[in-house]
Design a protein around this ligand. Structure first.
Ligand code: DAH
Length: 341
């Protein structure tokens, strides 16, 4: 019995030494320790031993079992460690490999122009003002000297909002003049860029939604000379030092006198080309001295204070600057188009 136990042990350890993986190790274990295993069979035969033999053989059998189990455990750990090492090696990250590029968006040319214009005016000490796109008709029209019955109020031109009171999508940024003058005391120096809406059908030069930028300066002793000076500096900074400006008389209900300002064409320098339709000039903005009635309505005494205002369409400036010939391109958000600027 003793010899057979030692034999089983020797064979078991030898067979464990030959296995190549965990699966084979488990098969070898079953052959020795399983229900029908060699050691199990021997142990079953212990009942037939004499009383004198039993303790010594019993002890030996236990030692053999422990030795076999310890060897099994040792080999299992070895295989497991090998497996982990192999897995780590396979999954090693090559930090020198080029990464996946996430594609960045692109700044819209309109935003570039708006930022440039903002920076020019901030440089001259202006602040940025913001206001609602759904506007009270009082601010959009009445307070700006555009009374009931004025053609600008026509339903054909304006998106009215249903409900109590008279509200609409603002048709211009000029209501910001009123909002600012109601809230602050002069000196006032602001610009207000933003979206405006008019009931126009979409074509190459029209869109029901577009952008304007309003400007307003109110202080003691502001004259038309200040208006011309500020806007000339602005035009030169936006289009280049050689730019010249000219003012043509015009009419706006909320300014008196009113004018439109043209700048020499930045593409041809004034000689005449496709951009300026051979005139040498491009129309830039409307402007004027704030009407005394408008000041008065906002609680500013026109005998003490005066001011100038201006407003410009930003799509046109953008299209001229980048040579874009169709307004729709600015709203379609085609990345292939936007990436050119
Ligand atoms: N709001 C005018 C428009 O949409 C533009 C304008 C003209 C604004 C003269 C002004 C201004 O501030 O003084 O046509």
């Amino acid at each position: 019995m003793k010899d057979r136990l030692l034999e089983v042990k020797a064979r078991a350890l030898e067979s464990f030494g030959k296995v190549k993986d965990l699966k084979e190790l488990d098969e070898a274990r079953v052959r020795v320790l399983g229900k029908k295993g060699e050691l199990t069979a021997l142990m079953k035969g212990m009942g037939k031993l004499s009383k004198e033999e039993r303790p010594a053989i019993g002890q030996l059998a236990n030692e053999v079992r422990t030795a076999i189990e310890q060897d099994l455990e040792k080999r299992r750990t070895q295989f497991e460690e090998q497996a982990v090492a192999a897995k780590l090696k396979k999954e090693k990250i090559d930090v020198t490999m080029p990464g996946k590029k996430s594609s960045l968006g692109h700044i819209h040319p309109m935003n570039t122009v708006i930022e440039d214009i903002k920076n020019i005016f901030i440089g001259m000490g202006y602040e940025i003002a913001e206001g609602p796109e759904i506007e009270d008709a009082y601010y959009n029209f009445t307070a700006l000297n555009i009374p009931k019955g004025h053609t600008a109020r026509d339903e054909q031109d304006t998106f009215y909002v249903e409900g109590e009171g008279e509200f609409l999508l603002r048709t211009q940024t000029s209501p910001m003049q009123i909002r600012v003058m109601e809230q602050r005391k002069p000196p006032i120096r602001i610009i207000a860029p933003g979206r405006v809406y008019r009931s126009d059908d979409v074509d190459a030069t029209h869109s029901p939604i577009f952008h304007q930028l309003e400007g307003l300066v109110v202080d003691k002793g502001i004259t038309m000379g200040d208006l011309k000076g500020a806007l000339e500096v602005f035009a030169k900074q936006l289009f280049g030092e050689d730019t010249k400006v000219r003012f043509r008389p015009h009419h706006f209900p909320f300014t008196e006198p009113s004018a439109e300002m043209d700048a020499t064409c930045f593409a041809c320098g004034g000689k005449g080309c496709r951009v300026c339709k051979d005139s040498g000039w491009i129309e830039m903005l409307g402007c004027g001295m704030v009407h005394p009635k408008v000041l008065e309505r906002c609680g500013i005494d026109p005998k003490v204070y005066s001011g100038f205002a201006f407003g410009m369409g930003l799509e046109r400036v953008t299209m001229q600057r980048y040579g874009i010939n169709d307004l729709r391109l600015l709203f379609e958000n085609d990345v292939k188009f936007l990436k050119q600027f």
